[in-house]
Design a protein around this ligand. Structure first.
Ligand SMILES: C[S@@+](CC[C@H](N)C(=O)[O-])C[C@H]1O[C@@H](n2cnc3c(N)ncnc32)[C@H](O)[C@@H]1O
Length: 415
């Protein structure tokens, strides 16, 4: 890695304010060791599922180079722990956040983790390209998010994949009301101002758009989370069309949403509306935009993007033709089968506990359940369904499992 010389911090107004903010409020809040959920190196199966979420067509490998851009206090350490054979590089402008990550590196012996104080806008100073770039919760805080995304795109390897997460506007309406309220009152983010704000929020009318988030979101349970959400000097959300345009104009091709069911009209409540045929006629990008408006509660958009200059790099999963019979399904994290209060004729209801929309679930019959229970990350669809269900019902089942974030596919064995 070429030596970067970004040491004095930014001089520009917004960047300086954001930098100062994260020196005072490292995010996420104080963590002195990787907790139980991060402590276990997940089994190979879980890593396979994560790999094929990003690259259905590329054979599983664990020795990637990963850049965590705007790593905060814990994200880079978590990845280094989860992927011990990968080389993980974390960059951030906040020395306080990097210090917390350094502690985790020492505590957990993470020799595969390098840390550098560097703004994402200067990522090219790393002088290398990465197989995977993860940038979550960062670019919407930059004075020029396009410059940040362009810089990251310039260090994405040709067959690489980027996980990008930025805020979404409509679900955060309550946050923007209180941000504006804070600006009117001239609120800063000193400890006493945060305490006063927490007290004030307890008096918020129950119908306020922020109310549901105050009850549910972990970010509202601690100081730096409150500061990050409500007292941030710079925060610019992206609607679905804005997100897709943001990626496209910076040389990136949309691959998929990290969890796609909420964006698809085939999953959950939208299936029951009279608009189903109209929704089905829309182009995928318009379907995603329609679902953001219909659901109204999306807080962020989190997607996988690829370089747009590689015509032959296609990670799309399709159910046309016969190739899908050779796909190897792998369960996604958070999937479970509920067996209580079942709809008539059903033997189970599949949910993914990472979905926040409670209307997203998939009832299955007893033969379908037997197929789902046999998914082991090794057997192909053809082997799983043999003697259990016919070809067309199998196609429908696996497409629905895919839409509902129950499975990813290893399609690397295809001709
Ligand atoms: C909300 S935190 C997200 C941290 C982490 N990505 C996560 O998801 O947990 C935003 C992080 O971006 C960093 N940041 C802000 N502007 C940056 C920039 N221009 N370059 C690099 N990091 C930046 C902040 O210091 C902070 O650690």
């Amino acid at each position: 890695m070429k030596q970067a010389n970004w040491t004095d911090g930014p001089t520009d107004g917004v960047a300086a304010a954001v930098h100062d903010f994260y020196e005072r409020h490292p995010y996420p809040g104080a963590v002195d060791q990787l907790g139980e959920d991060q402590a276990e190196t997940p089994e190979r199966q879980a890593r396979k599922s994560e790999h094929h979420l990003f690259w259905p067509k590329q054979p599983f490998r664990e020795d990637r180079s990963i850049l965590i851009a705007g790593c905060g206090t814990i994200q880079a350490a978590r990845h280094a722990r989860r992927w011990p054979r990968a080389r993980v590089v974390g960059i951030d402008v906040s020395e306080a956040s990097l210090d917390k990550t350094r502690l985790l590196r020492e505590r957990h012996g993470l020799d595969n983790l390098e840390l550098k104080r560097l703004p994402v806008e200067q990522a090219e100073q790393l002088a290398e390209q990465f197989d995977q770039i993860i940038c979550t919760g960062v670019l919407h805080h930059l004075p020029d998010p396009d410059a940040g995304l362009r810089a990251l795109r310039s260090v994405l390897a040709p067959r690489g994949a980027m996980h990008l997460m930025v805020y979404a506007p409509y679900g955060r309406a309550g946050i923007y009301l209180i941000q504006q309220y804070g600006r009117l009152l001239g609120l800063g983010s000193t400890p006493s101002e945060i305490r006063d704000l927490m007290t004030a929020l307890k008096n918020l009318p129950k119908g306020h758009p922020l109310w549901p988030l105050l009850q549910k979101s972990p970010d509202f349970q601690y100081d730096s989370g409150i500061a990050d959400a409500l007292l941030h000097p710079q925060d610019r959300p992206y609607s679905v069309p804005q997100f897709l345009a943001f990626a496209a104009r910076n040389g990136l091709r949309f691959g998929r949403w990290m969890r796609q069911a909420p964006y698809l009209p085939y999953c959950g409540a939208p299936r029951g509306t009279p608009h189903q045929p109209r929704l089905a006629d829309l182009a995928p990008s318009a379907q995603y935009a329609a679902m953001e408006l219909f659901r109204g509660t999306m807080l962020r958009h989190s997607a996988i993007l690829y370089r747009d200059d590689e015509a032959d790099h296609d990670e799309a999963v399709t159910f046309e033709g016969e190739a899908w019979l050779g796909y190897v399904p792998i369960r996604m994290p958070g999937t479970l089968c509920v067996e209580e209060r079942l709809p008539p004729g059903k033997a189970g209801v599949l949910i993914n506990s990472h979905h926040t929309d409670t209307d997203i679930y998939l009832p299955i019959t007893a033969p379908e359940k037997r197929v789902v229970e046999a998914i082991d990350g090794e057997l192909s669809i053809a082997a799983l369904v043999k003697g259990k269900i016919g070809t067309e019902p199998s196609r429908v089942l696996f497409q629905r499992l895919w839409h509902h974030d129950q499975v990813v596919f290893d399609t690397s064995h295809q001709p």
